[in-house]
Design a protein around this ligand. Structure first.
Ligand code: PMP
Length: 418
């Protein structure tokens, strides 16, 4: 758009508009616009990203007055719309107002913030916990707060961008190991000097492929080579383990990992995040993590929301059972339809399509048939594994699942994917 506008202004007679200064920044904008126009023409000017839907995180959503079944939200237990959760959020607004309006360190720490930190530490089996305004800032603030250029970080190839950006901010030396490959991790560990601080960082559940990190092996390699371990359990919390406490509970490893991080933007139906760790680590981060220190405290209503979610998760185990039932049903039936799936046990079901354009087309055609899914293409995945990311909610009914499966079959056959 920018580039086109400039050309037309340039052509107007007597226009005093000067040709833009050809800085690398201008060129970057032009290059992006060309790429974007090409992308839109390939998908017939229907952009599958940032579509307007209302509301976003409920089982059935609306676009342009048309109802759709939501298979693209991370609101896995449906808690963002749970009556108790909404009620508690409203009550906090009545008492505390809409925002904390200061950083935690200055005037932004309410009793709700400390109450939640205590409950989250208990939930994750850590000594202490620290809140951040987003999950992204949790990973970034934890890594950059702890590490500096003298340290080494070993990071899974498919870790979330918030981890990658935390490493960049920390300036630590980086070793990327192949995805969930313990031989590759050990090879990397062998290259690290023994007297340097080492941190192994991994997602608990990988956000695109939905697979589970090999935490028992990671832990034993960490012990062998004297490294710390950090797990980003954004997608495992509330989902994995008998009580839904996360990927550590799934492996019976609670209390055995140095740093456990999580976001509130998935199962907790809100926005924010936290890190759980030993008291000394949390205290260090309080005064050394810039993404904690130099930003505003998350609103008290978010604290109440997450406190209520913890209560609902504890008192209503049937929600997690329903989620697991829905996941099993959808995954098995997609497999029966002969879609290619990455093997997962989680509510993230990736359908491998392979070609970018076909992936867009599938998501657009599914939308036209009333099913909302997310297309994932490079750089989210490698070129040959473009995929449709299906995410499942406990609040989807049997009828929703059956209707969605019929539509997958219809579109899959039409596009010759199955
Ligand atoms: N880690 C992982 C694994 C994620 O999937 C996400 C969100 N996509 C984040 C961190 C960032 O969390 P938030 O969106 O809550 O900032």
């Amino acid at each position: 758009m920018l580039a086109k506008k400039r050309v037309s202004l340039d052509k107007q007679p007597g226009n005093s508009y000067k040709k833009p200064h050809k800085s690398p920044f201008c060129e970057k904008l032009t290059r992006f616009q060309e790429f974007y126009d090409g992308f839109l023409s390939r998908v017939e000017y229907r952009n599958p990203y940032m579509r307007i839907i209302d509301p976003t995180a409920t089982p059935s959503v609306v676009k342009n007055g048309k109802k759709m079944i939501m298979l693209g939200s991370n609101n896995y237990l449906g808690l963002s719309n749970h009556p108790l959760v909404k009620e508690e959020a409203k009550k906090a607004i009545d008492v505390y107002g809409t925002g904390a309006c200061s950083s935690r360190i200055c005037a932004g720490s309410t009793s709700l913030h400390y109450k939640l930190e205590n409950e989250l530490a208990e939930y994750k089996g850590t000594e202490s916990a620290l809140l951040f305004p987003t999950g992204y800032m949790t990973m970034m603030g934890t890594i950059s707060g702890l590490l500096d250029e003298n340290d080494i970080v070993l990071s899974d190839q498919l870790n979330h961008a918030s981890i990658i950006d935390g490493i960049r901010l920390s300036k630590a030396q980086t070793r990327i190991y192949e995805h969930n490959d313990m031989k590759s991790l050990e090879e990397s560990l062998k290259t690290c000097p023994s007297d340097v601080n080492k941190l192994i960082v991994t997602d608990g559940i990988f956000s695109i492929k939905g697979d589970i990190a090999n935490l028992p092996e990671i832990k034993s390699l960490a012990e062998k080579y004297g490294a710390f371990v950090m797990v980003d359990d954004a997608h495992g919390s509330g989902i994995m383990g008998e009580k839904g406490k996360g990927t550590l509970e799934h492996f019976h490893m609670e209390g055995q990992i140095d740093l456990v991080c999580c976001t509130f933007s998935k199962v907790f139906g809100a926005l924010g995040g936290f890190v759980g760790a030993k008291k000394e680590i949390i205290n260090f981060l309080r005064f050394n993590s810039r993404p904690f220190l130099f930003t505003a405290s998350p609103p008290p209503s978010v604290m109440s929301t997450v406190l209520a979610c913890l209560r609902v998760m504890k008192n209503h185990p049937e929600l997690l059972q329903k989620l697991r039932k829905n996941v099993k049903y959808l995954r098995e039936n997609l497999k029966n339809l002969k879609f290619r799936l990455f093997p997962t046990e989680t509510p993230i079901i990736p359908i491998i399509i392979g070609e970018e354009e076909k992936t867009f087309r599938m998501s657009i055609e599914l939308e036209e048939e009333g099913v909302y899914v997310n297309p994932i293409i490079p750089p989210g995945v490698s070129a040959e594994s473009s995929l449709i990311r299906v995410s499942v909610m406990a609040t989807l009914s049997q009828k929703d699942l059956d209707t969605a499966l019929d539509k997958f079959k219809l579109v899959g056959k039409r596009l010759r994917i199955i």
